[in-house]
Design a protein. Structure first.
Length: 195
């Protein structure tokens, strides 16, 4: 075993080979909208989330639409997480201030534990250019080995928040899945990629 007091390698001493990419993220997309669930509106926000999945080289493992009701939302989240359908579940819609916006409450009911820093980051980054992002009550957290992240119902809101999430998405999922065991290895790989 290496001596923990030994100096860490300097970035110049680390291989410049890029880290091996992990397996493609399996992402489930749940659109929460009364109008979309009744067939009265297209699922633009779900389409935007699915398009993001493609841009990161992931796969859409499941996709569904639910009404703005707690029970069907919780049932889908629990089923997808407990059946290991996806590494990441993205919900769109139902995060605002209207009485029918119940996605955060439903998500909390399904989670084992929250990850408030993720939702805080999404609001902070997008709020810098779109102040109404502060009106989102979306949450993020973990159930089993699946990360769940709430996004707003607008197509542009989904795109903006996923842009804010992308820099941390893979690492967050890897931690939840138990795939990251050493931050030192990640830092060394990143330092090598910066050269």
């Amino acid at each position: 075993m290496a001596d923990p007091r030994a100096p860490r390698p300097h970035a110049a001493d680390v291989s410049s080979d890029p880290p091996e990419p992990g397996p493609a993220l399996r992402v489930a997309v749940l659109t929460i909208s009364d109008a979309t669930s009744r067939g009265e509106r297209a699922d633009g926000s779900g389409d935007a989330a699915a398009a993001w999945v493609a841009t990161i080289g992931g796969t859409v493992a499941a996709r569904a639409v639910a009404s703005d009701d707690v029970v069907p939302i919780v049932r889908l989240l629990v089923a997808w997480c407990d059946d290991d359908v996806a590494d990441l579940v993205l919900t769109t819609g139902g995060t605002g201030l209207s009485p029918r916006d119940v996605t955060p409450e439903a998500t909390r009911a399904a989670l084992d534990r929250e990850a408030p820093g993720i939702a805080e980051r999404l609001r902070a980054v997008t709020g810098a250019t779109f102040p109404r992002a502060a009106l989102s009550r979306g949450v993020a957290g973990v159930r089993g080995r699946t990360l769940v992240v709430n996004l707003p119902g607008s197509t542009s809101g989904v795109r903006d928040m996923l842009a804010a999430f992308e820099p941390i998405a893979r690492h967050a999922v890897d931690i939840v899945r138990g795939d990251v065991t050493s931050h030192d290895a990640e830092q060394a790989a990143r330092a090598g990629a910066v050269r």
